[in-house]
Design a protein around this ligand. Structure first.
Ligand code: DAH
Length: 349
């Protein structure tokens, strides 16, 4: 048997290994040049047929050739693996200079914002915030406000009564229909003078429509002091109307009836859309005026229910919904939108 040209076998193997462009090709080169079926494998297999001296000699050279090629293989594999890792790093590279994803920011609900705004106006006038429970007794919600049982004015407020089941009589507990009971609680809590605003949720058995919600918010104003008159009331409400609807506004009082005040009035604000002319104005329907709130001089019976002496002190009260002034100013057409939780709308107002 002719001596195989191991140098040529090694040279061919080296070339294949060096030329392998990626790890797959390298595996193929390994198969072709180092496996049992490769030229080197064939020489190795032929060793068995040689005499001892020739076998030892050729065996040593085959081993050398294999060692050489395996070293080349390992080196090239390390190279190709490094290249692959580098390519992966490039592909998955994070550009830290890109702007981040900004999480959506929460915001105050328009109703809460309106409450805050109105409260702030009164705080500026020296008032403080008062609160009362949403589940009220019939006494606070009606009787103490000069609305005895069976008084016809009760029918103005469709009430939701609570069956407490804890020893109270049926009809004794009611979801407050107005924030006016906070007037009584405030007077009972301390001596005059009082200057408070009381915002909060109210409830009525109304079917939701464009201008009614069964759960809505009101804000109550109560001022009791020595010698307060309707002029104080009008000045205060004018200051409020101007702060909320704009410096140009006027207000007017129309005689009206609320059981807890005498005299009582509906308070209108001059239209902030048409400036009060009414011409072709849809917001005030051509009136020039928009109904804003109810108000009046606190009825002597109400002062007495609060523990005050109507011969010593007098006062005025006012109350309005929160949703309505917001709708007026923002042009919102349907009150139900306020409870829809539609983020597209909520982020637009
Ligand atoms: N509580 C009345 C209502 O819900 C609003 C109101 C009117 C409050 C006149 C007042 C007031 O304090 O003086 O319709």
């Amino acid at each position: 048997m002719p001596t195989p040209d191991l140098d040529a076998v090694v040279a061919a193997g080296r070339r294949a290994i060096a030329d392998a462009p990626d790890l797959d090709a390298l595996r193929e080169a390994e198969q072709a040049h180092l496996s049992r079926r490769s030229a080197l494998g064939e020489v190795q297999r032929s060793l068995g047929g040689l005499d001892e001296a020739a076998r030892r000699d050729l065996g040593r050279r085959v081993n050398q050739a294999r060692t050489t090629l395996q070293a080349e293989l390992a080196a090239r594999r390390a190279e190709l693996e490094a290249e692959r890792d580098q390519a992966l790093l490039e592909a998955e590279r994070v550009d830290v200079t890109l702007p981040g994803r900004v999480p959506p920011r929460g915001a105050i609900h328009p109703v809460t914002r309106t409450i805050d705004e109105i409260v702030d106006i009164f705080i500026g006038l020296g008032y403080r915030v008062a609160e009362g429970p949403e589940v009220e007794t019939d006494w606070y919600n009606f009787q103490a406000l000069n609305l005895p049982p069976d008084h016809p004015a009760r029918s103005m407020q469709d009430s939701l009564y609570i069956d407490s089941g804890n020893g109270r009589e049926a009809g004794e507990l009611v979801l407050r229909t107005q924030t006016s009971p906070v007037q009584i609680r405030t007077m009972q809590a301390g001596p005059p003078p009082v200057y408070v605003v009381a915002p909060g949720r109210c409830y009525r058995a109304d079917t939701p429509d464009a201008t009614h919600l069964p759960v809505f918010n009101q804000i109550e104003v109560l001022a009791v002091d020595r010698g307060l008159t309707m002029a104080d009331m009008k000045g205060t409400l004018l200051a409020f109307a101007r702060a909320y609807f704009g410096e140009e506004r006027q207000i007017r009082l129309r005689p009206s009836y609320f059981p807890f005040v005498e005299p009582g009035a509906e308070v209108d604000v001059s239209c902030f859309i048409c400036g009060g002319t009414g011409e072709g104005c849809r917001t005030c329907r051509g009136e020039g005026w928009i109904e804003l709130l109810g108000a009046g001089m606190v009825h002597p019976n109400v002062l007495r229910a609060g523990g005050y002496d109507p011969d010593e002190v007098s006062g005025f009260a006012a109350g309005t919904g929160i949703e309505r002034p917001f709708m007026l100013r923002s042009g919102l057409a349907d009150m139900r939108t306020l409870t829809d939780n539609d983020v597209r709308w909520l982020t637009s107002v």
